[in-house]
Design a protein around this ligand. Structure first.
Ligand SMILES: Cc1ncc(COP(=O)(O)O)c(C=O)c1O
Length: 468
């Protein structure tokens, strides 16, 4: 990042706070585009790239990400509606998640019956497979059970990943003939030891997510079996978020590939492996974490261990954090300064942005760097003068909510007074989408900072009336 760009962004954040007030999320679209391009270079076509809306579900942003070669990965009818609002069609939307309700499943079945199916649905348990199978059978969903002709299957397998193009061809054919079908993946709990904090290690043994490998056959049976209303299409995996190394991911993908190879024998359409998200974001405070390309580089050797005709023909990723985390800034305003209540008798400030807007520090101890946008009412420039740097003091930054865990930690900051602006960095993922109304707080406004410097309101601030 050049000094000029950092300077321009600081000014944009101050301007946005003047126009829309605080607390306020600002997302730098150029940073999202840069992240999307890194992911696309690491996982080029025919990889299927799905953006996980749970990280940041602002439709204007989701639409942009959609235009950069990503479909939508959603976990509820609510996120599905946001994806549609963003212009992402069902054929590019996948539904997963541990909390899908009957209404969510029914909506997916209805879409399939209408000839506009989701790209796929991932089921998490035997119970959920049974519920989906039951709804699908009641809706008289079916599929052609003919295995593909040997020559074509062999050719497709030889193409390895190039099967993606074939997949699209097949889907076009389905739409033409209105074959009402529903493709389903089985979410595997890989039982590995993800190199991340406990709260993000969803692929660890005993986590509530996914099926153990010895439950997969029971899930297929419960969902109607190989000849039932569901077309079993492959394995879905998510090892964890903010992965600090590739080892657990490699183990998990190896296990999943072996299962795809095994199950392909009895399920001719079982050709897909979705390896989930989890690509970590390095912040200035961390040691550098592995780049997405480092994960992608593991694939050729892993695929080489599987016979060519048993390799998945479709591979997918579903990142969230990597696309949006570094692009997001949460702008807050100083409410109080307590001169000597901070570390070592230094300052403590209470700001108007905290756990209700950005829950991550309170939820799992995440650290987000806080910088000052103004000091004693005057703009702080990104390239601070020696005089300002000399006056930085360790300052405790506290949120506005009645919980002692509502704290953003200690940061080196210039002198602050009531009304000054601060920005919380790397807040573009799992920030606004996790916001809560606790303490009667309204949803923060969200703004996009376009590449040409324009600021666009993407989501209005919640109103007191909407609190109920
Ligand atoms: C199943 C699944 N896929 C993808 C993601 C996105 O993960 P990340 O934001 O770490 O890329 C998550 C996050 O929790 C998830 O649970």
């Amino acid at each position: 990042m050049t000094d000029d760009r950092a300077e321009a962004r600081g000014e944009a954040l101050r301007q946005a706070a003047r126009r829309w007030g605080t607390p306020l999320y600002v997302t730098d679209v150029a940073a999202v585009e840069a992240a999307a391009s890194e992911l696309t270079t690491s996982f080029p076509d025919p990889w299927i790239r799905q953006y996980s809306l749970k990280a940041n579900d602002v439709p204007a942003l989701v639409g942009r990400i959609g235009g950069l070669g990503f479909g939508a990965n959603v976990v509820s009818s609510g996120e599905w509606a946001l994806a549609r609002r963003a212009g992402i069609p069902n054929e590019r939307t996948t539904l997963e998640g541990i909390g899908k309700t009957d209404a969510d499943l029914r909506a997916a079945v209805r879409a399939a019956v209408a000839g506009d199916p989701l790209h796929w649905i991932a089921v998490e348990s035997v119970d959920e497979a049974a519920a989906l199978g039951h709804l699908a059978a009641a809706a008289r969903l079916g599929h052609d059970h003919e295995p593909e002709p040997v020559g074509r299957a062999a050719r497709a397998a030889a193409m390895d990943l190039h099967g993606h193009a074939h997949g699209h061809h097949e889907e076009r054919r389905d739409r033409r003939h209105r074959v009402a079908r529903m493709d389903v993946l089985l979410r595997l709990n890989p039982g590995v030891n993800p190199e991340t904090q406990r709260g993000l290690a969803v692929g660890a043994p005993g986590s509530k997510f996914g099926l153990a490998d010895d439950e997969l056959a029971a899930a297929i049976e419960a969902g109607g079996g190989p000849g039932g209303p569901i077309r079993w299409r492959g394995i879905h995996l998510h090892v964890g978020s903010q992965l600090g190394a590739v080892d657990a991911w490699r183990d998990a993908v190896r296990r999943a590939l072996a299962l795809v190879a095994l199950m392909h024998g009895s399920l001719p359409h079982f050709d897909t492996l979705d390896v989930g998200g989890g690509f970590p974001v390095s912040t200035d405070d961390d040691a550098p974490l592995p780049h997405p390309a480092r994960f992608a580089a593991e694939l050729p050797a892993l695929l080489a261990t599987i016979p060519a005709d048993r390799r998945p023909r479709r591979l997918a990723i579903e990142p969230g954090r990597y696309l949006t985390a570094r692009a997001g800034w949460l702008v807050g305003r100083v409410l109080h300064v307590r001169g000597t209540r901070g570390p070592g008798g230094g300052p403590l400030v209470v700001v108007d942005a905290g756990m209700t807007e950005l829950m991550r520090p309170a939820l799992y101890g995440a650290r987000h760097r806080v910088v000052a946008l103004t000091s004693l009412g005057r703009a702080v420039h990104a390239v601070a003068s020696a005089a300002v740097l000399g006056s930085l003091a360790p300052t405790a930054v506290e949120g506005p909510v009645c919980e002692s865990t509502d704290s953003l930690g200690v940061h080196d900051l210039p002198p602050l007074r009531r009304g000054d602006l601060v920005a919380i960095r790397d807040a573009g993922a799992y920030g606004a989408s996790m916001s809560s109304r606790y303490n009667g707080r309204t949803r923060p406004a969200e703004v996009l900072l376009e590449s040409d410097g324009t600021l666009v309101l993407a989501r209005r601030r919640g109103t007191i009336t909407s609190l109920g």
